[in-house]
Ligand binder design. Sequence first.
Ligand SMILES: [Zn+2]
Length: 433
Amino acid sequence: MMPRFLLLLLCTAAPAAWGWSNHTVGSYLALQDVPALRDAAPVEVEPLAQFVAQQYSAVAQLLDEQERFAREHFNAYPPRPDSLKLPATPPDDLSQALLHALRVNPLIHLSMVIQPLPGQDMPAHPHLKAEQVMVAQTLSPWNQQRFVQLTSGEAVSPVAVLASAADEPDYGHDINLFSDNPGPVAALYGFGPQPFGDARFQFSSQAPFHMGFFHESPVVYAAAGFLQRSWPQWRAYQYLGLSRLAFATGHPYWGYRFLGWGLHHIQDLTQPYHAKPLPGVDLPSMLLMEGKALAGFDTDKKAAIERVATRHTEVEKYQFTWLSRLLLSGQPHPMLAAYADTRRDASYPPYSVDYLTNVVSAESAAQAAAFDAAIGQWLDTAPPTTRFSAGNQVQREDYDHPALNQQLLQLIGHFGAHSRNYVGAGMAKPETP
Ligand SMILES: [Zn+2]
């Protein structure tokens, strides 16, 4: 038996988010050269309530269809309480009603902002502070986004909307939704108790919507069934449906923004630490560690937990500080090219509702041990001053670690390909019968 063993191991989720730290930057790089996006006309910024007001019955019908499908299709899916369904008569607060019906945190700010690429800006636009955009639990001391405020009705580039929205689910969408979390919806949403997530992080309650362990041994599921209670694939499905509806009914701003929300969950699962509870530890070792811990010798287990958390955090910072430096230098580089490399896109199965589970997370889980080992080798050679835990600034890092970089370039290639495949599915014109 390994009762709550893995529960403790899921402390991964590093500062703010991961999924490659800032999803916006990676999304720009992966998507900005896609012809359908590059050539798309600017879209008009629109408040959420206006979209819902104008398409109320279509949205209500879509969400009911999605609920029926989700109950049949998704593993361990907690049915939505009927009280959350959009009522026949539109209520006063349409945004709140939609968030309830989607079972998203109703305290999110829904700011109308975009993040420009590092080094770029939009003239004559005010900036918002992070706390005006993100709920308090998700604020991070080092992942510093810049938010340019937009006004209703102004024209904005589709790729900016999409790339900016891809970071948004980390601003509070999935915070405090479980029955044992604090806050106004814990008792309403029907998700049950939080299955996993590290209580040391204020944003840990979002983990079961941003991670998923779909490729574990049956022994692991038998002993730790709560590992199956995670739903990033459902979020990707919900937002894709809303995006298609918004595009089809003449609300392209929300088409791109919902698509970006769903894209976030696809991208999160390209990160091996989001797809495996304990990368680099095989099943026998896991069982042995737990056996020893149950007998009172928990040193190995604690060390494994610590190791995973450290590697996840350190590699995130390494990759993002490197990327930021490359962007500011303005020179071509294999990492920038890896985001935009389209050669593998068509080698994957066509997008479907099971793409996140069967394709994205399978690939990510398969690479987890090698990735973990490369990070370990890098940390063994890196001077301690470069460690995240040593402070907020990475010092004297030369990014000259071939084994680690090779792993990163591969994973970034996956991130780019899956991003384009998901976005392509959202933007595809519906087939006319
Ligand atoms: Zn996330």
